[in-house]
Design a protein around this ligand. Structure first.
Ligand code: FES
Length: 165
């Protein structure tokens, strides 16, 4: 297995999971969910590994991972921040809030903070327009977020200092 450029222990865990599935046909999405749970994201080598294990073309695996937005091919931060960029949120300054979050986290390129704590992304309308602009952190919703609120929201997660896990 050494030819895959990913954590071998995790790959083994994935292999055991795949081996434990009796009916492998139609199991691809479930396996990719599991793989993302194990690795935190789906590096190309993990997708190649899954394809080989299932005896299916790699293109089929790539097709699934690019189609479902749940799957990510980039490493994700411990916390995922999503800023709604739907119309209602946008007109209430969501872009400024997003800019402030990136600035506060020192992100200039890509979506992840250098310490791996946060990934910042944007979403289309999340159906809470009355609360615009909306920011979600790991699924928790913050409404009517102002640029001045950004720091205290981030601090909630930055200050958890090892208590959680
Ligand atoms: S536009 Fe942001 S919740 Fe609807």
């Amino acid at each position: 297995m050494a030819k895959y450029d990913v954590d071998e222990g995790k790959l083994k865990q994935l292999e055991e999971y795949i081996d434990s599935i009796e009916q492998k046909e139609g199991a691809l999405i479930g396996i990719l969910y599991k793989a993302q749970e194990i690795f935190g994201y789906l590096p190309k080598d993990v997708q190649l590994f899954v394809a080989r294990k299932l005896g299916i073309p790699a293109a089929k695996v790539f097709g699934v991972t690019t189609f479902y937005s749940y799957f990510t091919m980039e490493p994700r931060g411990k916390h995922v921040i999503n800023v709604c960029m739907g119309t209602a949120c946008f007109v209430k300054g969501a872009d400024k809030v997003l800019e402030e979050i990136r600035k506060e986290l020192g992100i200039t390129e890509g979506n992840m903070s250098a310490d791996g704590m946060f990934t910042v992304d944007s979403l289309r309308c999340v159906g809470a327009c009355g609360l615009a602009p909306v920011v979600m952190v790991d699924g928790k919703v913050y409404g009517r977020v102002k640029v001045e609120d950004v720091k205290s929201i981030l601090d909630e997660y930055r200050n958890e200092g090892g208590q959680g896990e």
